[in-house]
Write a protein that binds this ligand. Structure first.
Ligand SMILES: NC(=O)c1ccc[n+]([C@@H]2O[C@H](COP(=O)([O-])OP(=O)(O)OC[C@H]3O[C@@H](n4cnc5c(N)ncnc54)[C@H](O)[C@@H]3O)[C@@H](O)[C@H]2O)c1
Length: 352
C-alpha cells in the first residue's frame, strides 16, 4: 500500500462493511475509504457515525447494480483497491420476498464492479479486488460428520441467497482466468458482533428477549453454524486485500460450531430465562443442516488467526445491543418489525 491509496468499499454501511471500514482506518493511517452504499433496509449511516468526520472517509449513496454508478465512482476516485460487501444477505428474505433483488445486487453488482476494474486497470495501477462471500455457497454438511468446507469444495447452494453469492464468486473466477483481473474471493462463516441488522439470529434473539417474546427456532433447532466474531473476519479481509494472492480463494472461520438451540440457550441464560421461551416452528425450506469451515489455508499462507474468544465476544455482543437502545430504536423505526420473514412464514405457511 502507498500513501493515499483509495479503497472503494461497497456496502460499507451494513454490519460487516461498517466494522471493516473502522478496522482499516484504525490500522492504516495513509489511505482513503470511499463507501458506496445504496442504504437498503440493512444499510445504516448510524453504523459509521464515529468516523463520519474523518477526512479519510467519503460516503457516496449509490447502487452497485447500476453500472453507470460504478463507472462514475471509478472515474472520480480512481480506487486502487475494492472490497465488496454490497449484497442482499438474508436467506429468509430471498425465499419469502423473492430472488430478483438478490440477482441484481449479488450477481449484476459483482459484474459491474468487475467490468469497471477491467476498464480502469488500463488507465491506472489497480491492485486488488476482494469479493466477500460466504460458506453458504458450499451447501450443507451432515450433522454426523467431521467434514469442513475447503477452498476446493464444489459449490452446491440450496437457497436463492447462496445461489446468487455463488454466481458472483464464479464471475470473479472467470474474470481472473480470462482477463487476469487481480481478484480474491473469501468464504466466511456466520458473523456476530455489533451493528448487525436484527433479522439475523443473534441480534434477533437478543431483541426478542428485550420485548419479552419467544425465541422461534426452525425445525429441531439443531442446525449448526460456525460462528466468528466480526472483527476477526475484518482482520482476515484486511490480509486478503493487502497480502492475498490474485486468483486465490480463502476460507475464513473460527472453528466454533454451535447449533441454534445452544445459541438460544446461551441468550436465555444471559436474560435469566428458561427453555419455556423456545418456540419450535416449521423448518425453513432448503435449510442447510451444518456449515463448518476449514481455514487452514489463510492461516498458513497469510498468517491470519482469530483472536476473540467466543464466550467473551458473545457476552460483549449481547451487552452492546443492551447499551445501544438508540441504535435499536432507529432500526425498529426504519423497518417496523425485526424479522418480517418469520412473521410471513407463520402467516402463510403455518397459518397462525
Ligand atoms: N453476516 C454474515 O454472517 C456473513 C457471513 C459471510 C459472508 N457475508 C457476506 O458479507 C457481506 C456483508 O454482509 P453483512 O452481514 O454486512 O450484510 P448487511 O445486510 O448488514 O449489509 C449489506 C450492505 O450492502 C448494502 N447494499 C445492498 N444492496 C446494495 C446495492 N445494490 N448497492 C449498494 N449497496 C447495497 C446495504 O445497504 C448494506 O449496507 C455480504 O456480501 C455477505 O454475503 C456475511
Amino acid at each position: 500500500m502507498k500513501n493515499n491509496d483509495v479503497i472503494l468499499v461497497t456496502g460499507g454501511a451494513g454490519f460487516i462493511g461498517s466494522n471493516f471500514i473502522k478496522f482499516v482506518l484504525k490500522k492504516h493511517k495513509d489511505l482513503h475509504v470511499v463507501n458506496l452504499d445504496s442504504l437498503t433496509y440493512s444499510g445504516n449511516k448510524e453504523n459509521l457515525k464515529d468516523i463520519a468526520g474523518d477526512t479519510r472517509y467519503t460516503f457516496v449513496k449509490g447502487d452497485v447494480s447500476n453500472g453507470a454508478v460504478i463507472e462514475k465512482v471509478f472515474k472520480k476516485y480512481k480506487p486502487t483497491y475494492v472490497i465488496n460487501f454490497a449484497a442482499e444477505t438474508h436467506v429468509d428474505r430471498s425465499i419469502h420476498v423473492g430472488a430478483k433483488q438478490f440477482i441484481d445486487t449479488n450477481i449484476v453488482g459483482v459484474f459491474n464492479i468487475l467490468e469497471a476494474i477491467k476498464k480502469y486497470r488500463e488507465v491506472y495501477d489497480f491492485k486488488k479486488y476482494v469479493q466477500v462471500s460466504t460458506d453458504e455457497v458450499f451447501g450443507s454438511l451432515p450433522l454426523d460428520s467431521k467434514k469442513a468446507f475447503t477452498e476446493t469444495t464444489a459449490f452446491s447452494p440450496n437457497v436463492p441467497y447462496s445461489a446468487t453469492k455463488a454466481g458472483g464468486d464464479m464471475l470473479c473466477n472467470a474474470y481472473f482466468t480470462t482477463w487476469q483481473l487481480p481478484v480474491v474471493v473469501t468464504h466466511c462463516s456466520n458473523n456476530y458482533g455489533p451493528f448487525q441488522y436484527p433479522e439475523k439470529l443473534i441480534p434477533f434473539f437478543i431483541l426478542r428477549m428485550l420485548e419479552n417474546k419467544t425465541l422461534p427456532l426452525y425445525g429441531d433447532g439443531k442446525n449448526v453454524r460456525d460462528w466468528i466474531y466480526v472483527v476477526d473476519h475484518c482482520s482476515a479481509l484486511d490480509l486478503c486485500l493487502f497480502k492475498g494472492k490474485s486468483g486465490e480463494v480463502y476460507n475464513i472461520g473460527a472453528d466454533n460450531e454451535i447449533n441454534n438451540l445452544d445459541i438460544a440457550e446461551k441468550i436465555a441464560k444471559y436474560f435469566k430465562k428458561d427453555k419455556t421461551i423456545f418456540e419450535f416452528v416449521s423448518d425453513r425450506p432448503g435449510h442447510d443442516r451444518r456449515y463448518a469451515v476449514d481455514s487452514s489455508k489463510i492461516k498458513r499462507e497469510l498468517g491470519w488467526k482469530p483472536v476473540y474468544s467466543f464466550e467473551k465476544a458473545f457476552a460483549e455482543t449481547i451487552k452492546w445491543y443492551l447499551d445501544h437502545p438508540k441504535w435499536v430504536d432507529g432500526v425498529r423505526k426504519k423497518t417496523g418489525v425485526f424479522n418480517p420473514h418469520i412473521d410471513l412464514w407463520r402467516k402463510h405457511v403455518l397459518k397462525k
